[in-house]
Design a protein around this ligand. Sequence first.
Ligand code: SF4
Ligand code: ZN
Length: 303
Amino acid sequence: MRCAICKKKAEVYLPHHNLALCREDFKKYFLKRVKKAIDDFKMFEKGDKILLAVSGGKDSLSLWHALLKLGYDVTGLFIALGIGEFSERARKIVKEFSDKNKTNLITVKLENEFGGNTLPQIVEKTRGIPCKVCGKIKRYYFDRIAVKENFDVIATGHNLDDESAFLLGNILNWNIEYLAKQLPALPEEDGFKKKVKPLIYLTEREIAIYAFFNEINYNELSCPFSKKAKSHFYKESLHQMELSYKGLRIKFFKGFLRNQKIFGKAEKKYSLSPCKICGYPTSSEICGVCKIKINLGLIEEEK
Ligand code: SF4
Ligand code: ZN
């Protein structure tokens, strides 16, 4: 098979676009798709300060690589969760990436923030659900650091597979509220910075190929808390459908983006006000992270 662009030997075939590409043209194709998402949804511009949430997985590291290649001002933010070997490996890989690419990295070590407790210890002591506690803590630090360090936007590595699986789940369950706000770019509001997903036009497979062609080392270990959630089932179902209907996922997701307005504007259920302890926007008096700290006996609830 020959590359559709330069006619050299193709190394990749993308069935959803019926496109064969050589290594160099695939890399260019990938960067173009990232740029297109950024421009289509006015995510950010050259000169904006971007804070990228990095986990050490292939999505966030490939996005970091692509944004640097495209000339954006991007800083990685890594939260060291303290989940044994999984977190340790992720930390080393992220540090190696930032050193190799001479790019800025901010690391937040959970143990330093939570009186020596790692995520598994916080979960055990507060009897929480791991991914719920983890998500809450990560979101808190992304938001706080973005505001404190004056970033313009927070970027995450969600890809086409993630977003179409999320979309399918939201439609099957008629989560109108989620459908109304499932946007690739969420505007800055209520004290939160703008949030964007520049990988929405790229599949997991394309990202894995990009990482491979660019020799991006990423953490292949899975978090021990990750379980076969419903989202895995939706993702798998879409993969199965894609086998007989090429391009289904991108068609499904792009169709949604075109028609997303029919779900209306996301209604605000709660009004937010600053947490009376730390100032983070919250719907109750004390934010979720301060409640965890109170629960752990690290701070006292102010009267
Ligand atoms: Fe956190 Fe759950 Fe992801 Fe593990 S699987 S990193 S606990 S959100
Ligand atoms: Zn708080």
